[in-house]
Design a protein. Structure first.
Length: 56
């Protein structure tokens, strides 16, 4: 397994996460009504060094 840095803007990652949320919701009769956002850790030069995906 490789763990790699991915850009927040990369659609493939967002699609994967959204598919998992949708599958869970359908399986468990949950209504999806959320706002997607990220907590982003940046170094002093603005380079992203970590993220946490969240939904509210």
């Amino acid at each position: 397994m490789n763990i790699v840095k991915k850009s927040v803007a990369e659609d493939k990652v967002g699609d994967f996460i959204n598919e998992a949320f949708t599958d869970y919701a359908v399986t468990n009769n949950v209504t999806l009504n959320f706002e997607e956002y990220w907590f982003v850790a940046e170094d002093d030069s603005g380079e992203i060094i970590g993220t946490i995906t969240a939904r509210l």
